[in-house]
Design a protein around this ligand. Structure first.
Ligand code: BYC
Length: 349
C-alpha cells in the first residue's frame, strides 16, 4: 500500500494547506498500524485518496453510490437528446448533437472506470441500475417534446451539471476528481451549444420564440432539483452532505450550488430574452443573490420513486439496449482473449 502520490499539480490544490510529502514507498509500520489516522491525515491535508490507499468502508461505499449514480445519469442522459438526432433541424445541428451524445457516452465510460477502482465491477453497477437498486439523475425522467428542449437541456441541465461538477474536480478521491476535469471541459461546450440554440430560436419567428419559452418553462424547476434536496440551515443534518463535505467529496452544499446556479442563469435568460417561470425570482440587494421560489420537493420524490413522466420508458429502453448489446460485449471479450493468446504465443516463441 502506498501513500498519496498524485495530485498537487493537477486542477486541485487551492486550499493553501500544507501538503504531506509525495510518497512512492510503502507505508511504514506505524502508518500501517494506524490506517484510520493515516486516512484522516490525508483528508485533513486536503490530499487525494488513491485506489491503493486504505479507506473507511463508508467512504468507499459513498463514492461507489455517487460515482455510479453519476455514470448512470450520463448514459441514461443520452436518451432524451438521442430522441432528436434524426430530427435535428439542419446537418450542422445534427452533427453537433451527435458529438454531444457521444461525449455523454464517454463520460459514462470514464465514470464507470473510476467506480471500478473502488473494487466493484461495471457489470455489477449496471445490474444495480437495471434492477432499480441505484439511481440516476431525476432530470432524465422528463420528456423532450420539441427541438427547443435540446437547447434547454444544454443551457440549463448542462449548466447545472457544470455548477455541481466543477467542485468535484477537487474531490478527495483521485480517479473521480481527474475524470471530472475532462468531463467539465466538455460540459462547458455543451452548455454553450444549448445557449446558442435558444438564442437563435428566441430571434426567430413568433412560433420559435414561443417554443424556446415553453422549453425553459418546463426545464427550469427540474434543473433546480438536480442539485438534490435542501441540506443547509435546518436541513443541514439531512442526507449525505455533512459527511461527504467532511471527507472532501462534496465541496459545497446542494443549496449553495443551487443558489450559484440561479445567480449565474438569471442574467443569461435576460440576454436570451426569455423569462424564467418563477414569480418570486428577484434580486436581493442585501443578500447579494437572487431570491427564488420553493422547489416542489413532492414532485422530486415522486420522480425518484419511479413515478416521473418518463421513468418506465427510460429504464425499458436501457435494459433493452443492454440485452441487444450482449453480442458486442461477447465479441469484444473473444477478440481480447484471442489477442492475448496470440501475444502469449509470440512471447513464448
Ligand atoms: N436525482 O444527501 P443528498 C448530467 C438522492 S449528469 C436523483 O444530497 P448526495 C448530464 C441522493 O442520491 C448529472 N437522486 O445526496 C448527463 C440520495 O439518495 P439516497 C448527474 C438524487 O449524493 C447527460 C438522496 O437523494 N450528476 O448532468 O450527497 C447529459 C439525498 O440526497 C438527486 C451527478 O451525479 C437527483 N437529482 O448529493 C446531460 C453529480 N439528488 O442515498 C447532462 C455527482 C439527490 O438517500 N453527484 N438524490 O438513496 C452529486 O453531486 C451528488 O450525488 C448529488 C446528491 C448532489 C446529486
Amino acid at each position: 500500500m502506498y501513500g498519496n502520490d498524485y495530485g498537487p499539480d493537477d486542477a486541485a490544490g487551492e486550499s493553501g494547506k500544507d501538503r504531506l510529502p509525495r510518497r512512492d514507498e510503502p507505508l511504514n509500520a506505524a502508518e500501517a498500524a494506524d490506517l484510520e489516522g493515516y486516512f484522516d491525515g490525508l483528508i485533513d491535508a486536503d490530499q487525494r485518496i488513491e485506489p491503493r490507499d486504505a479507506m473507511p468502508e463508508a467512504y468507499r461505499s459513498t463514492l461507489i453510490r455517487m460515482i455510479a449514480q453519476h455514470a448512470h445519469s450520463e448514459i441514461i442522459g443520452m436518451q432524451p437528446e438521442g430522441n432528436w438526432i434524426s430530427r435535428a433541424p439542419s446537418l450542422r445541428r445534427k452533427a453537433i448533437l451527435m458529438a454531444k451524445v457521444q461525449d455523454e457516452a464517454g463520460h459514462g465510460l470514464y465514470l464507470y472506470s473510476a467506480a471500478e477502482t473502488l473494487g466493484v465491477t461495471r457489470e455489477e453497477l449496471l445490474d444495480r441500475l437495471h434492477t432499480g437498486r441505484q439511481k440516476y439523475s431525476s432530470i432524465f425522467n422528463y420528456p423532450t417534446l420539441t427541438w427547443a428542449d435540446v437547447g434547454a437541456i444544454g443551457w440549463l441541465v448542462d449548466g447545472a451539471a457544470i455548477m455541481n461538477q466543477v467542485p468535484l474536480c477537487r474531490c478527495s478521491y483521485g480517479p473521480y476528481a481527474r475524470a471530472m476535469i475532462r468531463v467539465c471541459k466538455e460540459e462547458s461546450f455543451h452548455q454553450r451549444q444549448g445557449f446558442e440554440i435558444l438564442w437563435v430560436l428566441a430571434r426567430g419567428t413568433a412560433e420559435q420564440k414561443a417554443m424556446a419559452q415553453d422549453a425553459a418553462n418546463r426545464w427550469w424547476w427540474p434543473s433546480l432539483m438536480m442539485f438534490g434536496p435542501p441540506d443547509s440551515g435546518e436541513d443541514a443534518s439531512k442526507g449525505h452532505t455533512a459527511q461527504s463535505m467532511a471527507w472532501g467529496i462534496k465541496r459545497f452544499s446542494n443549496d449553495d450550488l443551487r443558489q450559484k446556479f440561479v445567480d449565474m442563469t438569471v442574467p443569461q435568460a435576460e440576454r436570451i430574452g426569455i423569462t424564467l417561470p418563477d414569480p418570486d425570482l428577484r434580486w436581493n440587494e442585501e443578500r447579494g443573490h437572487y431570491d427564488f421560489g420553493e422547489v416542489d420537493w413532492a414532485e422530486f420524490k415522486r420522480v425518484l420513486s419511479g413515478d416521473g413522466p418518463m421513468n418506465a420508458q427510460r429504464m425499458a429502453h436501457r435494459v433493452r439496449a443492454h440485452e441487444e448489446g450482449a453480442w458486442v460485449r461477447e465479441a469484444a471479450v473473444a477478440y481480447a482473449e484471442r489477442r492475448a493468446a496470440a501475444a502469449a504465443e509470440a512471447g513464448a516463441a
